[in-house]
Design a protein around this ligand. Structure first.
Ligand code: CTP
Length: 399
């Protein structure tokens, strides 16, 4: 997978730097050409001689090579790279990357690189848990950097907690998977719209009608599509989940009507839309502009009106070549009801969720679904993590 790929391996000053040697070996073994860029602090932990012997290239650390005066161009290295991975990435380097403090060759190269960037943070648990680190990592994610989560375990301080660098094999595999999905996927470069989460239908300024949807399934699909190189926009109801993959655009809405408006605006330029949101079927006919008070003589009655069906609206506007995927949550006559929805909403595929199965449905990290295609053929999948369900759905999508 990595044959001929140009990879910058950035190494910073942390104990985990000794594991970078193993990562370097794995990358080289898989056929990658690796240029090591190490920070001055990194050299305190691992010698450049080992790294240059294994990579077959001089290690770069300073702007100039001391004895020859040769200028190391961060711009050229940045442009040469197909990918940059910084492992380990210390709290300090992460902070510099987040704020653009270009006081060493590594951060300067990061700022010049056009290629995708991965970081594998490694630090003590308190540093990892500090709001500053959380904020900086969030900033990096927002800037499009892929963060390879650190693991929980024994740390160099002998304390146990989150902060261990991911294992070299895991980092290698994440990089290989990135190239594999980007290079092979027929979906790369195509556009996807995902609706996710619940909708809130306002009763008064402080109350709403909503549901238990957490948005996990929709965001899992958005993340998986982004991993395959798609340009993804999520139109999301109120949820606390966030995309894990860089580059996923999120448009926040509250009500079904707002969700419909955004979806109709965006749909014409999409290749596929996946309707994951648990849209409230009804909304209050009127929204009180003041809080409804308790001191009423009679109990207030909330009259409901039907909400628009977003999936059906997009189904009616669908152009040849566009794909529309829906979900169905059924309690009885599941297959027949899902097939009926598929044809009524003009979908190309419907994913039937079962509420009856343990581990499936709202709030869980797993799901059990049946994929039904336009011709009605049904395929029942086993209970899987939502991430794998997302992958299974995208595997069955042909554009
Ligand atoms: N959907 C939608 N807009 C709505 C209702 C549903 O876009 N107002 C979408 C959902 O996102 C899902 C599909 O339509 O992809 C089916 O949703 P579901 O709630 O199962 O179906 P309903 O049409 O609401 O039918 P019912 O509640 O009667 O089962």
């Amino acid at each position: 997978m990595l044959k001929g790929k140009h990879i910058i391996l950035g190494i910073t000053g942390g104990i985990a730097a000794y594991k970078s040697v193993q990562l370097l070996r794995l990358l080289v073994k898989s056929g990658a050409e690796v240029q090591v860029v190490i920070t001055p602090a990194g050299k305190e932990f691992i010698t450049p001689v080992t790294l240059s012997a294994l990579s077959g290239k001089p290690v770069i650390s300073e702007f100039f090579t001391a004895n020859t005066g040769q200028w190391n161009s961060h711009v050229d290295i940045g442009l040469w790279a197909d990918l940059m991975v910084i492992a380990p990435a210390t709290a300090s380097t992460i902070a510099k990357m987040a704020t653009g403090v270009a006081d060493n060759m590594l951060v300067t190269t990061y700022l010049s690189a056009k290629a995708p960037v991965f970081v594998a943070p490694a630090m003590d648990l308190d540093m990892m848990a500090h709001p500053t680190t959380t904020r900086n990592l969030q900033q990096l994610r927002a800037d499009g950097v892929h963060v390879i989560e650190s693991a929980t375990g024994e740390l160099a301080s002998h304390l146990v907690g989150k902060g261990r660098m991911a294992e070299p094999q895991e980092i290698h595999d994440a990089i290989a998977a990135f190239f594999a999905s980007r290079d092979d996927s027929a979906l790369a470069g195509r556009r996807m719209l995902v609706t996710a989460g619940p909708t809130y239908e306002k009763i008064d300024p402080v109350r709403f009608i909503g549901n238990y949807s957490t948005g996990k399934m929709g965001y899992a699909i958005a993340d998986e599509a982004a991993r395959r190189g798609m340009k993804v926009t999520v139109v999301s109801g109120p949820v606390s989940v966030v995309p894990q993959e860089p580059g996923v655009e999120v448009i926040r809405v509250e009500s079904a009507r707002e969700m419909l408006a955004e979806c109709r605006r965006l749909f014409p330029e999409q290749d596929v839309a996946v309707m994951c949101a648990a849209v409230a079927d009804y909304a209050p006919a009127e929204t009180a502009d003041r809080k409804i008070k308790r001191e009423h003589d009679d109990v207030p009655v909330i009259r409901l009106v039907k909400n628009p069906d977003i999936a059906a609206a997009l189904g009616a506007e669908k152009k040849p070549g566009q794909r529309l995927i829906g979900f169905a949550l059924e309690t009885d006559n599941a297959l027949a009801n899902a097939r009926e929805k598929l044809s009524r909403k003009n979908l190309d595929m419907i994913i039937l969720n079962s509420l009856a199965d343990p581990g499936a449905g709202f709030g869980t990290d797993t799901n059990k679904v049946t994929v039904i295609r336009a011709d009605g053929a049904a395929e029942e999948l086993p209970l899987m993590p939502k991430r794998d369900v997302a992958a299974a759905i995208l595997d069955r999508l042909s554009l």
